[in-house]
Design a protein around this ligand. Sequence first.
Ligand SMILES: Nc1nc2c(c(=O)[nH]1)N[C@H]1C(S)=C(S)[C@@H](COP(=O)(O)O)O[C@H]1N2
Ligand SMILES: [Mo]
Length: 419
Amino acid sequence: MAMDLTDEQEYDALRMRQWLAGEADARGLSRRQLFRLGAGAAAAATLPAIAGATPAHAADPAPAGPIRKPLPPELFYTFGTNAETRWEAMAGQGYFTPVDRFFVRNHTSTPTVDEHTWRLQLFGSGLRHGPVDFSYRDLRRLPSVTHEALVECAGNGRSFYTTQQGQPVSGTAWKLGAVGAARWRGVPLSTVLHRAGIRPDAVDVLPEGLDDEWVNAGVNLGRVRRPLPVAKALHDVLLAYEMNGAPLPADHGFPVRLIVPHWIGISAIKWIGRIEVSTTPLFSPWNTQFYRLFGPGYPAAGELIGRQVVKSAFELPWSATLTGARTHVLHGRSWSGNGPIRHVEISTDGGTVWRPATKVGHGDAWQRWSYRWRPAGPGSYTLRARAVDVTGAGQPAQSRFNTLGYLFDAIVAHPVTVA
Ligand SMILES: Nc1nc2c(c(=O)[nH]1)N[C@H]1C(S)=C(S)[C@@H](COP(=O)(O)O)O[C@H]1N2
Ligand SMILES: [Mo]
């Protein structure tokens, strides 16, 4: 009977019913967006022009210096306001992704926020005694917890829709490097919501960033914000102020960001400034127009994305050259939004023979592995890795197409030359 609103499918179905029953609060949506959502109009009408595997969001003009940290080309591919980790830069690293190579996904640019004047403002119909503020010092004084968690963009792997499956999609043409693992320390969002006097009948929270408003295809969509069901917000979400043992870097949300374990990167609002707490469902373009699955076989209004899918990557350049037909130890990582990885298999012959990789250590964020490979001789090869998670979810040969290219989970064919 009780719905599991940490399950994004149930959450979305409920919200859609509430929407159609006129129970939703639609501030922040234009009348055109409302019309499209309510009428379930053809999803294609809401999409930016199909841009194919373009190197950046077609609609995003890149302002000068959107990212603060250095982006050396041996560590990153850069795409306008975004920077992707090169997987070869993870070779020889430990479990966590060092900040100097952690991917950055900015809608606009990294803002400068002064932690002395910063306030986290909570407000809305879901609070018992009206609006409440927390300073950085207030948060630092509350009991803290540490989570090992990934941040991964929902569009990670998007370019393979085009290069492997021949399907044009729009959005940043990431390979597999829009993901990173870190130790995040901060205050559970539940602690702050309870201190702020959250009402038992609150249903949604809407965290919002302090970065600039985002203009997409000439429409100002306002500040980056995406609702979370109260069930998830009270479950395992963190108001994080530390990343890998140091204060959050500017590009990753200083002074405070959300960490929403297992859910897509857009949930993890950086530079958080305000949280609306509401007794009526909330919507924003980030859960109506973007970060939904549109396309053949999906509902006209699209399907909400919550969790990430299963992926695997080799810690090798794209494409790689290995010297000598001798034994090479290949390293890589696999991960899933459903929980731990059960096993990983490797194919070096185009996907015919699969052999188990050896798991290396364990942790809550991802699974490291290694595989000894002795190529038969010099020549061209494709390496493949596929993982299965604790729920039995694996990696298919083909990923199910959606127009915005989210949730690519298929096995990736990694080109390698043995010289
Ligand atoms: N305020 C704000 N939060 C944000 C974003 C943003 O542009 N502004 N980008 C989101 C997206 S789409 C992703 S994938 C992650 C990326 O986190 P990172 O840049 O720390 O890797 O942040 C999310 N949080
Ligand atoms: Mo993202």
